[in-house]
Design a protein. Structure first.
Lengths: 297, 297
């Protein structure tokens, strides 16, 4: 999807929050806002939001001297989510439709997102997800579950695009369920190459135990989404080979919604712009298949 | 109060909303964002938020060719609020402490503010105010009522700084109550000289009937607050002569909170920055006297 003008205030907010997370002094915070301001007139409205957000984070990185401002937050998210792993697995194990429950939990885990919402009380949010009945995880306004099951049955190579640290534990539970049903499938789990917000990196995927059930690859970038023209050749090879792509989070949706590959977008609607784009409401959980033609059975 | 860095995203949001209210095409909306962006590096953090917001609205005005983008909204606010006038007056008339009720309603009327909150469902909000018991208008976290009564008794010249159109009807009810108790006082009601957001102008004060109970003056500016260095000599003469100033709304608070004149700030807390500045919560209603020394009895 293309950037909306109302994304511009949000980019400034994200840059400021990043600067504060990094503990930068007020003067540096203002300088980051100044530098980003000078980019605005050069920004094309044909770009996607993650392409522009990445520019803001590039400025931030100059000031943080390559220190990752979200490192501690990511470690905390991983550790908190891992403590919930048994309860997540039990919830799937005890449900009538295990795959559906695993899917819903994976989308609900997408609530862990510091790009959109800061000061998130992770523990409270995650406990809410687990204490709630599956049906109350969020309103399912778009939910192409039948197509998802069909595509999963047929697929040989599945590419799973990760979103945030911590959330990866919820992804793990879904991938475990896919693995249980289809042990023979090739599953690739793609993370970011370098830090951006709280997006999952190789180390997060390993800490959350995804390396035991999927092949972890990097997309080669530090964009808060999947910007194909910036991705590594290795990643694009897997992307083009995959006959099913599972894309987590708003950032991946924002950057890939116009693409032609068979993508299932799993995310929670988190901002008014994505409300407009999808016709859904903030808090809704989405399982959206981008291909109009039916999956071959 | 000085501007906070988190005001910057909010200025962009306001500029965009103004451009959309004016029905400007996407290209002009983007150009306004571009022009405002180029100002950011030049902005001093020693300025108050209304000083910077005014810069954004000045850019907007160039594109709207002096057409007031909020004219219709203001007319609608006035007309809706006028329909509630009898109920407001009854509520005051039937209360044990008429002045207190009139004060609370005047602050509650401050909910009418398109600078902070767009898409405001005015009817619903106003009806909520009226259907609620006085005590539920909002949490009174700072409420210098005793000082207010003391100052009112002593004052000869009262300057009332208006905020928004529509809200002026609520101001009228408070001024009527002051007039009823103290028919001899000189009351000046200051509006903006030229349009900015939905701030009240001379025509709004007249439509809402304030001209019958107070002397309407202009502050000589088009700033969304009271920026003294920009105000007219005539306004400053009244400002300096007044022995009690009643300042409505966040914008006037943001621009006058450091001033030394005896000001009572009446407003509803509407954003996280003013939460920080006051130590109160969004939705709280504030009656704040800025002078530490006691009012002479």
């Amino acid at each position: 999807m293309r950037v909306y003008l109302e994304c511009i205030p949000c980019f400034f907010r994200q840059a400021l929050e990043g600067a504060r997370n990094a503990g930068l002094p007020l003067k540096a915070q203002k300088q980051i806002m100044n530098e980003f301001s000078l980019l605005i007139p050069k920004i094309s409205l044909r770009l996607t939001p993650p392409e522009i957000a990445r520019m803001g984070y590039s400025i931030l990185k100059k000031y943080t001297c390559a220190v990752d401002p979200y490192k501690q937050i990511k470690e905390k998210s991983n550790s908190l989510a891992l403590r919930l792993l048994n309860r997540l697995e039990d919830k799937v194990g005890n449900s009538k439709d295990r795959l559906l429950t695993a899917l819903e939990l994976a989308i609900a885990g997408n609530i862990i997102d510091f790009g959109v919402k800061n000061n998130l009380n992770i523990i409270a949010e995650l406990k809410k997800i687990l204490s709630a009945e599956s049906k109350s995880v969020g309103r399912k306004s778009i939910f192409h579950y039948t197509k998802f099951k069909g595509a999963l049955r047929k697929a040989e190579n599945i590419l799973y695009l990760a979103d945030n640290a911590g959330e990866v534990v919820f992804d793990r539970v879904l991938i475990e369920e896919i693995r249980r049903k289809y042990p023979e499938k090739n599953i690739y789990f793609a993370v970011k190459e370098r830090p951006v917000i709280n997006d999952a990196l190789l180390e997060d995927a390993k800490v959350c135990g995804v390396d035991k059930i999927a092949r972890i690859i990097s997309n080669g970038t530090d964009a808060p989404g999947t910007i194909l023209r910036l991705c590594s050749k290795e990643f694009k090879r897997v992307y083009n080979k995959a006959d099913m792509i599972i894309s987590k989070g708003q950032g991946n949706f924002e950057s890939l919604s116009q693409e032609k590959r068979p993508i299932f977008f799993l995310f929670m609607v988190k901002c008014p712009v994505v409300e407009k784009e999808t016709g859904c409401k903030i808090g809704d959980i989405i399982l959206f298949h981008n291909c109009k033609k039916k999956v071959k059975k």
